[in-house]
Design a binder for this molecule. Structure first.
Ligand code: HEM
Length: 280
């Protein structure tokens, strides 16, 4: 496991340009008195809220949960403008605050994760999830092709996150997100079994890492926590796989649902990486 993949290691020759960003007119403006750096950061988070909210509503609908009394295409029509504002907003504010943090981002593996996730998020949202929602769950050939590309980028981004020291624990944001999505998406006995298994895992991890092993014994805690992380992964992905093949009278088939899961999680991955820039 390494310090992670950074733009510095990928394109070292860009170093002088990155260093010059701090004194560029954009960085001077962002750090200046007009609005101030913090205002643009708030804009960054507000944009994320728009992306997250719209992605969750559209894709939960494809999973047969959330606003189920409206057709998927109706939800899409109501939300697409807000989603566009969110995506444009996060890129514009990101470039503004990024110009004032050039060297930090250049050396950050979390930023690499975020940029791959951003590319994947745009492809999965505009090339796949939105056309599929507009078609009330049907997945045409072009969205299938975009899904292969966007899905591969999602996995690449997840791989860099999981193999970079310090930020790899950020995978718990994705685990938490998938755990929560599965509560409204599962049904009946599957839901009960899923929640019971999840609760058992949480309690077992807590007891194991607080009483059986002392909470400050990091040498022994690390490998044990990694095993629990893998167990959560198996439990959640297993439950999600079951939901792909269940549910009568819902829009679309297994592929539609797979698209919906990934189209939400990709933005969680981007947000995780954004938050963890502070650490790596
Ligand atoms: C052009 C694209 C982007 C650039 C250049 C950019 C840049 C930045 C920078 C410089 C920070 C401050 C990091 C720090 O000092 O700790 C940041 C924070 C953050 N970004 Fe981005 N970002 C971009 C896109 C995104 C996207 C697509 C997401 C979400 C999917 C995102 C989510 C976040 C989050 C959650 C934070 C943490 C805010 C906080 O802790 O206060 N960013 N970003």
């Amino acid at each position: 496991m390494s310090g992670g993949l950074t733009f510095q290691s990928l394109i070292p020759q860009a170093s002088p340009w990155v260093e010059s960003l701090a004194t560029s007119p954009v960085a001077v403006f962002v750090n200046g008195p007009t609005f101030g750096y913090a205002t643009w950061e708030v804009g960054h988070i507000l944009s994320l809220i728009l992306i997250g909210g719209t992605a969750i509503l559209m894709n939960l609908r494809l999973l047969g949960a959330g606003v189920t009394n409206e057709e998927p295409r109706e939800i899409y029509r109501n939300l697409r403008l807000w989603q566009n504002i969110g995506v444009v907003g996060i890129i514009v504010t990101g470039i503004l605050i990024g110009s004032a943090n050039g060297v930090k981002l250049y050396n950050s593996s979390a930023f690499t994760v975020k940029m791959i996730a951003l590319l994947s998020g745009i492809i999965l949202t505009y090339g796949v999830s939105r056309p599929v929602t507009l078609a009330n769950g049907a997945v045409a050939l072009l969205p299938k092709i975009w899904f292969a590309i966007g899905g591969a980028l999602f996995l690449a981004s997840l791989w860099v996150l999981c193999t970079s020291v310090l930020i790899n624990v950020g995978v718990y944001h994705l685990i938490t997100a998938l755990a929560l999505i599965l509560i409204p998406v599962t049904r009946g006995r599957v839901r009960l079994g899923y929640i019971a298994g999840l609760a058992a895992l949480i309690i077992a991890q807590f007891v194991h890492t607080h009483f059986i092993i002392k909470p400050d014994d990091y040498a022994h805690l690390d490998p044990v926590n990694k095993v629990y992380t893998a167990l959560y992964g198996v439990w959640l992905v297993g439950a999600a796989l079951i939901t792909l093949f269940r549910g009568k009278g819902e829009v679309g088939g297994p592929l539609t649902k797979l698209v919906a899961y990934v189209a939400i999680l990709v933005w969680v991955l981007g947000a995780t990486a954004g938050r963890w820039i502070a650490y790596q």
